[in-house]
Design a protein around this ligand. Structure first.
Ligand code: PLP
Ligand code: TYF
Length: 396
């Protein structure tokens, strides 16, 4: 039965990491995958995480199964981070949250739940979007349609086109929205645009599915939730898939959550029972460690303050690398205007480099970026910056 199976194409992002590892050149730089690196080029465990782990190690008494929805205290702090602690959605018990394996697992659970239990079988995603969105939604048998989002000529957003395209969607269609730090463009909606998007969803009966993988990497934990909160204040129903891979540096712990918001407590209780049923048929119940780390940190004011300062440090380092990148390109003699890079949010920058230039960067200079021209600014350091910018200057 296996002989006739064809080789799967390499993942456009993870395949790049494999190629990077196999590269024997000494001055190679990996700016492909979205992983935060500190100034020394490593991805450290946060101090707040280490402290929480020490506490857990000392106090944990059992490794018995969690419930299908995971750690209860975790699910509560997730809602508080998403909506703000005293939000009406929490007070009125309109939301229920299930811990899930990373943002990816959360998106997959959400998609499968929707296909199995609702008439919403079509999801609209931005063009471009994170490559794995197609993969996840296809695996769950959702139909995928694209709305325009990015305008290459201006290196900016085409909000009018986004609205025009979404106006052709049918009531009940799902709209995937990046909560902040849009991957791959780094370009987010403004507050005014979020209000228009919220109105549009209400007017057309569209159901937002938020992918929220970078809370705290844009302007701050609260600031980055503004778009989500603007929409949540308007629409009767929405779904949020969030991740703590990046903002707690918990990549390999696979920790995220799927949150359902319904019109009222009765609706959310019924719908959520089907989310649990979906989880039961997939992996039965989630692993505990990541959720216990997050709930320990967010449940302790000292650890929470420490985490916030560590997150700020990551955010500000990336910001500095953005400015340094723009400056160094200039000093390497690049005439093209790259100032748009300093206004983009999050880990990524959409450089506008062509496929041919990206290939040359890799083949001739051992600088790895994603084929779309997406650069992980989070992988830049003061040390590797000249190498990167010299290489870019050479391929332009
Ligand atoms: N969504 C987006 C937009 C992402 O960029 C990522 C990770 O890079 C994820 C979701 C999922 O992250 P994870 O499954 O590692 O938590
Ligand atoms: O760089 C990105 O956009 C992501 C990173 O299991 C990533 O693809 C890597 C592994 C993974 C999830 C996300």
């Amino acid at each position: 039965i296996f002989t006739q199976i064809e080789l799967a194409p390499a993942d456009p992002i993870l395949g790049l990491t494999d190629a990077f590892k196999a590269d024997t050149r000494t001055e190679k730089v990996n700016l492909g995958v979205g992983i935060y690196k500190d100034e020394s080029g490593s991805t450290p465990i946060l101090k707040s995480v280490k402290l929480a782990e020490e506490r857990l190690l000392a106090t944990q008494k059992s490794k018995s199964y969690l419930g299908i929805e995971g750690v209860e205290a975790y699910n509560l702090v997730v809602q508080e981070l998403l909506f703000g602690a005293d939000h009406d959605i929490i007070k009125n018990k309109r939301a229920l949250t299930a811990q899930a394996p990373g943002g990816t697992g959360s998106l997959r659970v959400a998609a499968e739940f929707l296909v199995r239990n609702t008439d919403s079988k079509t999801i609209w995603v931005s063009n471009p979007t994170w490559a794995n969105h197609q993969n996840i939604f296809k695996s769950a048998s959702l139909n995928i349609k694209q709305y325009r989002y990015y305008k290459a000529e201006t290196h900016g957003k085409d909000f009018d086109a986004m609205v025009t395209d979404l106006k052709t969607a049918k009531a009940g269609d799902l709209v995937l929205l990046h909560g902040c730090c849009h991957n791959p463009t780094g370009i987010d909606l403004t507050q005014a645009e979020w209000h228009i998007m919220a109105e549009l969803c209400v007017e057309l009966g569209l159901v937002p599915l938020f992918d929220f993988a970078y809370q705290g990497f844009g302007a701050g934990v609260e600031e980055d939730a503004q778009g989500l909160r603007i929409v949540a204040n308007k629409v009767p129903e929405l779904i949020i898939a969030n991740s703590f891979s990046k903002n707690f540096g918990l990549y390999n712990e696979r920790i995220g959550a799927v949150t359902l918001v319904a019109a009222n407590q009765a609706d959310v209780t019924k719908a959520f029972s089907q989310v649990k049923s979906t989880i039961r048929g997939n992996y039965s119940n989630p692993p505990a460690h990541g959720a216990l780390i997050v709930s320990t940190i967010l449940g302790d004011s000292e650890l929470k303050t420490l985490w916030q300062s560590e997150l700020k440090e990551m955010r500000e380092r990336i910001g500095k690398m953005r400015s340094l990148f723009v400056e160094t390109l200039k000093s390497e003699g690049v005439k093209q205007d790259f100032s748009f890079i300093s206004t983009q949010n999050g880990m990524f920058s959409f450089s506008g480099l062509t496929k041919e230039q990206v290939a040359k960067l890799k083949d001739e200079h051992a600088v790895y970026i994603v084929g779309s021209g997406r650069i992980s600014v989070a992988g830049m350091t003061i040390e590797n910056m000249p190498v990167i910018c010299k290489a870019i200057a050479a391929v332009l």
